[in-house]
Design a protein around this ligand. Sequence first.
Ligand code: GAL
Length: 811
Amino acid sequence: MRLHGSNTIGKELALAVCEDFLKHEGATSVQRKPREKENETDIEANLPNESGEPLTFEVQAHGTKTAFEDMAAGKCDIGMASRQITSDEAQKCALAGLGDMFSSACESVLGLDGIAVFVNRSNPINELTKKQIADIFSGGITDWSQVGGRPGPNSLVLGPRPLSAQASRYENSAKLSDEVAADPNGIGFAGMAFVRGSKPLAISDAGTRPLLPTPFTVATGDYPLSRRLLLYVPADPKNKWSRKFIEFALSSLGGGSKLTPTGFFARMSIESARSKLEVFSWWTSGGEAAALDALFNTYQKQYPGTGILNATIAGGAGFAARPALHARLTAGNPPDTWQSHPGWELLDQYVEPNYCEPITDLYQSEGWDKVLPKALVDMITRDGKTYAVLTGVHRGNVLWYNKKLLAKNGIKIGNKMTFGEFFAACDKLKAAGMPALGVGDSGIWASAHLFENTLLGVIGPQGWTDLFSGKMKWDDPKVKQAMQYFAKMQDYLNPDHAALTWDQAVKELMEGKVGFTSMGDWADGEFIKAHMKEKEDFGWVSYPGTDGSFIIVADGFTLAKGAPHKAATVAWLKSIGSKEGQEAFNPLKGSIPARTDVDKSKFDGYHRWSMTEFAKDRLLPSCVHGEAAPAAFQTALNNALRSFIVDKNVENFANGLVQASEKTDQETIGRLDFIGQKIRMEKPEIPQSAPSQFVKEVSGAGKLSLCFHFRPGVIQLDDKALRDLDSLVELLANPTYHQRRLLVFGFSDNAGDAGRNLALSKDRAKAVAEQLQMRGITPSLVNGYGKDLPVAPNNNEDGREQNRRVEVWLR
Ligand code: GAL
């Protein structure tokens, strides 16, 4: 069954309804499978009465226009629309023999939706009239000061009808909202379910009271920007599920004629999607999705009645998911729990900026401290606090091969392999006219993964430790040797490698198109999913030269600070760490359980091999998967590798990495604790008496050690303050801080009138913000708290001077 059209409906609501429908029809398993292309998802289900083939519901959310185009072209069975069909569109459908689209047989109102207009949270504007909105989006109003805001051009994110040339259109409403949340001057509009980290405005129309979009104001029709959400089917649908599905959708959302004209219920359903535990990951390949599903099933069995929002973003190794996650975290809109690698990725990107809640207690209460290897727990622990629970441990350094193909070409693989043996095998396959080595590096990380394995194969485990601790340099002759090997391998690659994903490369191996592929053992998940037989259809060996070493690529899940569903998240984490969870997930994923007390009979030969290796090998962190080095170096490696694949210039590659590692070292120091900088980051205790608004505003932020002081009654910055400002600007010029939000707070002493002091404190903060803005830095928040929160006694001039200050915080 194919549903095409509106992004507002198709992004989440339709997916949730499809899943509920299939379960209602008695499906034994329901799996959500995002496609490579954004906004396209398949829901696959096994229905007991069906032919054994899984039933697929295809949801494509590329906009309402496509609903009618695709219906007329016979490309979909149900059209999803966030506006009524136009006469033109209806005529085309009629000509295609679909009947009268305006008739009740074809058109159903699913609900009402409010179009939210939203701005950045730091924008002081709270309300606009419909006319102002029209003027902004058509380009008539281009500066916020024209609608009473602070000066600055409004960067338009999306606009209606005569759209300003400055505006950009987004198919993905969530992305649009996240961009506004990150752009202090941004404004956009989308369905009200997509407000996320930005700030919705109250809207008024010709003298009416400004109203925010809420289920209530939309349901009553009072909110001026309400619209209907509709479903369309041909009068005589070809697909047998169409009518049944629509009936279900309308009844489960309380829709149908009962609903018209108020569609409160459809909104409620989106709200209920929000009331589910949101699990964020990049597990979308066949094996990954099956394993994730097993984890979900275990969780729902252990905690019946719990709902899950499976928030996946496709792209191996998380190359697309991590930036999206980052945008959400900086916008203060975290998923409840997200996938993270241990080491640098978890501790530096998520724990350090305070996005994670420690879960140390669970290690005692669940007894994990007794069944998890210390080496693993150390990788997710900082200052005695543990921040994740691991689903399992992948081995990165594996070479997979097509057993039958190699046998056919007279290639035998022993228990280990040297580079000499590997290249000899490659030559044989090349001579037989086929590419020896399959890579799918449409995400460059897959090539980086091959390079990482080659590097370990040459420099060995001690070299690995020396390299990532700075003792060995990236231009060491051994490192260059590895680079040469990697360059040589390019001559044996599948010609379509740059167009493939990692799992498509594994598929080429299964199909006998290539002999080898070097990939972490999530590849085993693909073999299992495809029912390939180990040691018959495929085999494996430690990547050449790496026998005795185990590159750990572990996956963990976190607890978000401020998780919208904290209790459910804690239950989810408990479930992951439970024996059942680990035994359900890992056999399908290719990883070995992090727990050591699992029932080994539940695991196949590959897993048992990996468990034995894990117990005896040197365990090493992966750089490509975020554990051994900061993200900045990971990115530098990917970029350098892109050039190296083209020019094969070893000197350039080595020098580039030397520079990147030196630069990363400096940035790392700055980022971690600001050592050696004039300015440090502090985490002061917030006093009990602090205004709740202030507590909210600084949550998750750190205070910079510099402070701007002012003479009594004055808002101008003196010379010292201007010098300090320059140091601050210098610090913030470091790219490490570009993604952070800058918060500026003014304070006063307690001398004189409280109201005046409050105004003075706000003006002082504004003065600092203006100076920063003149230097190209725009704070996300500027506020003043008058005489509140004194840092010194107000009974002497010294103390009063300390209290007349502006503080700068970073989140
Ligand atoms: C790794 C992750 C694995 C696997 C792989 C490919 O980074 O740890 O679980 O999903 O990416 O997507």
